[in-house]
Design a protein around this ligand. Structure first.
Ligand SMILES: [Zn+2]
Length: 452
C-alpha cells in the first residue's frame, strides 16, 4: 500500500471514517470484480468506477456472534446478498451510519457478522479462510481494530479479542469494532510463532504484493483489514520463554498514539517506535494510530493477562466514546517507563528470585545462574531501582541472555524525549525481539528507521 493516510486528530475520526467508507466501497467493489486476485488493480481504475455500482455489493449476513461456526461459515465473497437476517428497513432508516464495506460485504449499522479473509497464499483450492469478526454499531463513530496472534503461538490475545467482541452490543455501539482473533492461522495450527516458511509475519507489514509469501500475506491483510481502521490495538505476548507484565508499546512521539495509551487505563507504557515491518509501525506510519498490548507469555493462557487486556480495551472503547463509560480501574492513569534489559553474564540454569511486576531496588538479587557441571553459581543483580516488566521463565541460559526487563518510571514526556534517556548503549536496552535500531535516539532513528 503506497498510499499514506493523512494524519488526523481523534476528534476527526468519525467524519473521516464516513469519508473512508465511501472510498473503500469502490475499492472493495474492485476486489469483487476480480474475485480473489491480489493487488494487481490500481487506484486510478478504482476511482473510475461509477458510484452507482455500489448496490451490487452483498450485505453481510447479520448473525449472533455467539453461535458457533457450523458447516456453512459466512463466505468471504458471497455472490448474492442474503437479506434474511437483516434488521427491518425502518430500523436502518433511523440511523445515519453508513454500511461498512469490507471483504466484499456490506456490514449494515446495528449488525454483527463473521467474515473471512483469504490471504490467497496457499493453493487456490485449499486456502484457509481467516475469521474476521465485525460489530458495526448502530451509531456513527470510529473504527477500532483488534488483531491477535500475528505470532501464531501467542494465545492470550486470542482470548482477549474473543471476550471483547462477544461483550459488544451493536445497538448501543458507536462506530465499529473489527476483531481478528488469529491473524496467523497457519502458525496457530502448528503452535508456531512463524509462518510456514519460518518468516516472522510481524516484520513484513505493510507488505508487498510482488514480494515474498510473507510480504504478500502482510499486504493482503493490511489492504483488506487494516486500511479500514481508525485505530489499532495489536495483541502480543512475550516470546522465547519470556513473560511480560501487561504493557503497551507505543510511539509516544505521535500525539494520537499517546491518546490511545491514555485511554487504555492503568497500564504500563513503554516508548518504542516499533521495528520496521511490525504491524504497529506500519499502521502508525500510514496515519492509523496503533499500540501493541504485550501480556503474559506464549504457548499458554493466563487469566490475569487476559482480563487486564479486556479491561484495557473496554476502557479504551469508553474513552473513544464508542461504548458507555464503565468504571473498571481504581487508578485509571497509565504509567510510563523507560526500560533496560538485564542480562546473564554466565551460562547455566536460571532460577528467578523475583516475580513479574515486583518493584526492586538497585542491588537487589533478581536471580541466580548455576553451572550444572562445575556447580559455580553467579548472581544477577538489579542495576537500577524499578519494576520487573518482563522476565525469562526458569530455564537454561547462555551468557548474554536477556533475563529481566526493568522499567524505570518516568513522565510521558521524559519517556518520549531522547535527551532524557538512560546513559546506556542501544545494545544494553534492546529487546530480545526487536531490532536495536528501534531504540536508537530519535536523531539517528529518523535517518535510519523512517526511510524504509
Ligand atoms: Zn508477538
Amino acid at each position: 500500500m503506497s498510499k499514506r493516510y493523512p494524519k488526523k486528530l481523534f476528534t476527526q475520526l468519525t467524519s473521516r471514517s464516513k469519508e473512508r467508507t465511501s472510498r473503500l466501497c469502490l475499492y472493495c467493489l474492485l476486489c469483487l470484480s476480480s474475485s480473489l486476485a491480489l493487488a494487481s488493480e490500481n487506484d486510478s481504475k478504482a476511482q473510475a468506477l461509477p458510484a452507482s455500482a455500489s448496490p451490487v455489493i452483498p450485505k453481510a449476513q447479520s448473525i449472533d456472534l455467539e453461535k458457533p461456526i457450523l458447516e456453512t461459515p459466512a463466505p468471504a465473497f458471497q455472490s448474492k446478498p442474503d437479506d434474511e437476517n437483516q434488521p427491518p428497513e425502518e430500523a436502518i432508516s433511523e440511523v445515519v451510519t453508513l454500511p461498512l464495506v469490507i471483504l466484499g460485504n456490506q456490514v449494515l449499522p446495528g449488525t454483527s457478522t463473521r467474515l473471512a479473509w483469504l490471504p490467497s497464499q496457499s493453493f487456490e483450492g485449499i486456502a484457509a479462510p481467516t475469521p474476521v469478526l465485525v460489530v458495526r454499531g448502530a451509531k456513527p463513530g470510529a473504527v477500532l481494530c483488534l488483531t491477535a496472534a500475528v505470532h501464531g503461538d501467542e494465545l492470550n490475545g486470542i482470548e482477549t479479542v474473543r471476550r471483547v467482541m462477544y461483550a459488544l452490543e451493536a445497538e448501543s455501539l458507536h462506530g465499529t469494532v473489527i476483531g481478528v482473533p488469529i491473524v496467523n492461522l497457519p502458525g496457530f495450527h502448528r503452535s508456531s510463532r512463524y509462518l510456514p516458511d519460518r518468516r516472522d509475519l510481524n516484520r513484513f507489514f505493510p507488505g508487498n504484493p510482488q514480494g515474498s509469501s510473507a510480504a504478500r500475506i502482510a499486504h493482503s491483510f493490511f489492504r483488506e483489514i487494516i486500511s479500514h481502521c481508525d485505530a489499532l490495538v495489536d495483541l502480543h505476548t512475550g516470546s522465547f520463554h519470556r513473560i511480560n507484565l501487561p504493557q503497551l508499546r507505543a510511539d509516544l512521539t505521535q500525539p494520537e498514539v499517546v491518546k490511545l495509551t491514555q485511554g487504555f487505563g492503568a497500564t504500563a507504557v513503554l516508548h518504542s517506535i516499533g521495528a520496521p515491518g511490525t504491524l504497529r509501525r506500519a499502521a502508525t506510519d500510514n496515519g492509523i494510530p496503533a499500540i501493541t498490548l504485550e501480556a503474559g507469555g506464549s504457548m499458554h493462557l493466563e487469566e490475569k493477562a487476559v482480563s487486564h487486556g479486556v479491561k484495557g480495551i473496554q476502557t479504551l472503547l469508553a474513552s473513544l466514546k464508542m461504548n458507555k463509560k464503565i468504571s473498571l480501574w481504581g487508578a485509571p492513569e497509565p504509567v510510563y517507563y523507560h526500560s533496560v534489559w538485564v542480562r546473564a553474564d554466565h551460562g547455566g540454569i536460571l532460577f528467578s528470585k523475583v516475580s513479574l511486576g515486583k518493584r526492586v531496588d538497585k542491588g537487589d538479587l533478581l536471580g541466580t545462574v548455576t553451572d550444572p557441571i562445575t556447580n559455580v553459581r553467579s548472581e544477577i543483580i538489579a542495576p537500577h531501582k524499578g519494576r520487573i516488566l518482563g522476565m525469562a521463565v526458569n530455564q537454561v541460559v547462555q551468557p548474554g541472555f536477556a533475563a529481566y526487563r526493568i522499567g524505570i518510571q518516568k513522565s510521558e514526556q521524559e519517556v518520549s524525549d531522547p535527551e532524557q534517556s538512560l546513559p546506556v548503549s542501544p545494545e544494553e536496552i534492546d529487546s530480545p525481539d526487536l531490532a536495536a535500531s528501534d531504540y536508537l535516539p530519535t536523531a539517528i532513528r529518523s535517518k535510519k528507521a523512517r526511510s524504509e
